[in-house]
Design a protein around this ligand. Structure first.
Ligand code: RB5
Length: 144
């Protein structure tokens, strides 16, 4: 199960990506917002990040104007590894090497076609594990 959420600056791309995912038979939940009324991106980032953290959803997609604010807020949750991706390559590496469980996209920075590719790669690409597992485990900061 995948969830998708945005702020007002990402709501149009969210609707398009939701439709694409449904067309591909991917189970996807839209966590809002439902229109372009101005909202605060951290509210939606935390809503989705908590659903990942408590295991209700496996992966999430967050969209704002740049994807930056969403990634900053989502990454405050220890269980979340949010990756801001601009193309298919960064999305592939975010999955293969970083085991990203949240994808962040900027509606104002990439086109609909590229965003569709990014989402498809994010959904379809497995984590490589191996040496990357050790590195991913070290992401969480622990006082020495
Ligand atoms: C909203 O104008 C914009 O600041 C927001 O969507 C996002 O880009 C923040 O990182």
């Amino acid at each position: 199960m995948i969830a998708i959420a945005s702020d007002h600056a990402g709501v149009a791309l969210k609707a398009e990506l939701y439709r694409q995912l449904q067309d591909r038979g991917v189970e996807v939940e839209d966590l809002g917002p439902s229109d372009a009324t101005s909202v605060d991106y951290p509210d939606y980032a935390h809503l989705l990040a908590r659903a990942v953290a408590d295991g209700r959803i496996e992966r999430g997609i967050l969209i704002c104007g740049t994807g930056i604010g969403m990634s900053m807020a989502a990454n405050r949750h220890p269980a979340v590894r949010a990756a801001l991706c601009h193309d298919a390559y960064t999305a592939e590496m975010a999955r293969r090497h970083n085991d990203a469980n949240v994808l962040c996209i900027g509606e104002r920075t990439i086109g609909v076609g590229v965003a569709g590719q990014v989402v498809q790669v994010f959904v379809d690409t497995p984590f490589e594990g191996g040496r990357h597992q050790r590195r991913v485990a070290k992401i969480e900061w622990e006082e020495p």
